[in-house]
Design a protein around this ligand. Structure first.
Ligand code: NAD
Length: 485
């Protein structure tokens, strides 16, 4: 929320009158200063050995672990996550520190045999320089960690522009980095809206742009960065994640998974379960079970232990979700449960939306094709596994999917044929762990992955090195191997 000056306020989505903090909107000159600081600090950081960089990241993890409870409370107050989920957000950053610190003593490249004798080839990583990071509000501690830790391990400097909706969480994360001893100037934060993100994107001192957010913003960022390039640009964008339920599934397990996947974090995870692709033999029974449970979920203050579902992030989000559900209804879909904003005692003006199930949609329905980013689950009925897989794949996004079945062959066929970056079996579409690569196909990204074995790729350049110890001139594809031996 801007107050008409060059400052803005971050507020509690459960009680918007409660201000979490005030932040200065970065001007282009502030972005210049931050990039210059990062570039200066990066020159020395790149000379630090990789294991020593890893030890710094482990130290940050220790500070985060000490502060976990306080950080979780801040995530809850600023991003509206219920406290246990806010704790998970912080834990992901702690896990990420452990994983990335470990990578500091893992292989840093590969060794290859060469075509000619007395010659070897190997690869190594080199830093890109300064990385500009633009992040969303929904994992306000975890996502900065997915980007900042591997970027630091790879020897880079950082300027991060967090979401204007969760700036305090990013400041607290970066403060943990500084308190753990990260060199001065190496990690910098600039605050603000699209203008600040845009200035960072096109800054000539930024060699890599790492963006996580919505598809429309990602498109703008990629286009702007490539216009001024050369830059590495990695995009982690939206999802329209589907859960397949076959007739042989354990329906009790499905109900628990679907409730958590669709309504956890009020449906505002990029991997939230948004489509329930259910076999028509069990659709009626499953929707009844889910609707009964969804109606009982307690909406409330995310800091209260009795709350199941917190608010959505702000009023514009609430309005967008409500209008998408209204459109689904106008197009003839049935709103089985929920469907409208809810008022919560003690949370004046809070942006609460009732957990909602929409039935009757087809693959081409608007509600079945577009990311809602709210607590709305759309049911699509199918008649076979082939139909289910085709339905899941008939989508512009490709982040996460899951299948519930007791047929191991069917499960593995779905794993093989579903076109997403992440697939779960007998689990919902959420629950990624940081030691596996995270990201998606189609409009969800541009081929990079975060975390896991591929998390360093977007923050480092691979260099191929050839060493010839033969004392002769070898022409790799021209000389005859035998004659040169
Ligand atoms: P958003 O696209 O509105 O904003 C993301 C960031 O971009 C914010 O920091 C914003 O200030 C900045 N921004 C806005 N306009 C910009 C511009 N023109 N140039 C540069 N930066 C600009 O996204 P959001 O609402 O914060 O987050 C929700 C979206 O993020 C959802 O679509 C969700 O699926 C996606 N998401 C994806 C992942 C993933 O890993 N794939 C993870 C979390 C969230």
């Amino acid at each position: 929320m801007t107050d008409g000056t060059d400052r803005f306020a971050s507020t509690n989505p459960a009680r918007p009158a409660e201000v979490v903090g005030h932040f200065a909107v970065a001007r282009a000159t502030d972005v210049d200063t931050a990039v210059a600081r990062a570039a200066a600090a990066q020159r020395d950081w790149a000379k630090v050995t990789v294991p020593a960089r890893a030890e710094m990241i482990a130290a940050i993890g220790a500070v985060l672990a000490q502060r976990k409870a306080a950080l979780a409370e801040l995530v809850s107050r600023e991003a509206g996550k219920i406290l246990v989920e806010a704790g998970g957000d912080v834990q992901e950053a702690i896990d990420m520190a452990a994983y990335i610190a470990g990578q500091g003593r893992a292989a840093w490249g590969t060794v290859h045999p060469c075509e000619m004798p007395s010659k070897i080839g190997f690869t190594m990583r080199q830093p890109v320089g300064v990385v500009g990071m633009i992040t969303p509000w929904n994992f306000p501690v975890a996502i900065p960690s997915w980007k900042i830790f591997p970027a630091l391990l790879a020897g880079n400097g950082v300027v991060i522009k967090p979401s204007e909706l969760a700036p305090a969480c990013c400041d607290a994360f970066v403060q943990a980095c500084i308190d753990a001893g990260v060199p001065e100037g190496l990690v910098n934060v600039v605050h603000g809206f699209g203008d600040a993100g845009g200035a960072l994107t096109v800054h000539p001192g930024v060699r890599a742009v790492s963006f996580t957010g919505s598809v429309p913003t990602g498109r703008r960022v990629a286009a702007a960065a490539m216009e001024v390039g050369p830059k590495l640009v990695s995009l982690e964008l939206g999802g329209k994640n589907a859960m397949i339920v076959m007739p042989d599934a354990d329906l009790d397990l499905v109900v628990e998974g679907a409730l958590f996947g669709a309504f956890g974090t009020s449906g505002q995870r990029c991997t939230s379960t948004s489509r329930l692709v259910v076999h028509r033999d069990v659709a009626g029974e499953l929707v009844d079970l889910l609707a009964a449970r969804a109606a009982k979920l307690v909406l409330g203050d995310p800091l209260s232990p009795s709350t199941d579902v917190g608010p959505v992030i702000d009023r514009p989000s609430l309005d967008r979700i409500a209008s998408m559900v209204e459109r689904a209804s106008a197009e003839g879909n049935e709103i089985v449960v929920g469907g409208e904003p809810v008022t919560v005692d003690g949370c004046d003006g809070g942006a609460f939306f009732a957990p909602t199930i929409v039935r009757g949609a087809t693959r081409s329905s608007y509600i079945a094709r577009n990311e809602v980013f709210g607590p709305v689950l759309t049911v699509l009925e199918i008649g076979s596994l082939d139909d289910a897989i085709d339905t899941v794949n008939d989508c512009d996004y490709g982040l996460s999917a899951s299948i519930y079945t007791s047929d191991v062959n069917g499960a593995l066929r779905a794993v093989h044929e579903i076109d997403t970056g992440i697939v779960y079996v007998n689990a919902p579409t959420i629950g990624a762990e940081i030691h596996l690569p995270f990201g998606g196909t189609k409009f969800t990204g541009n081929g990079y992955r975060e975390a896991g074995s591929r998390g360093l790729e977007q923050f480092s350049e691979t260099k191929s090195v050839y060493i010839d110890y033969s004392g002769k001139l070898h022409k790799a594809q021209i000389d005859n191997r035998e004659s040169i031996a």
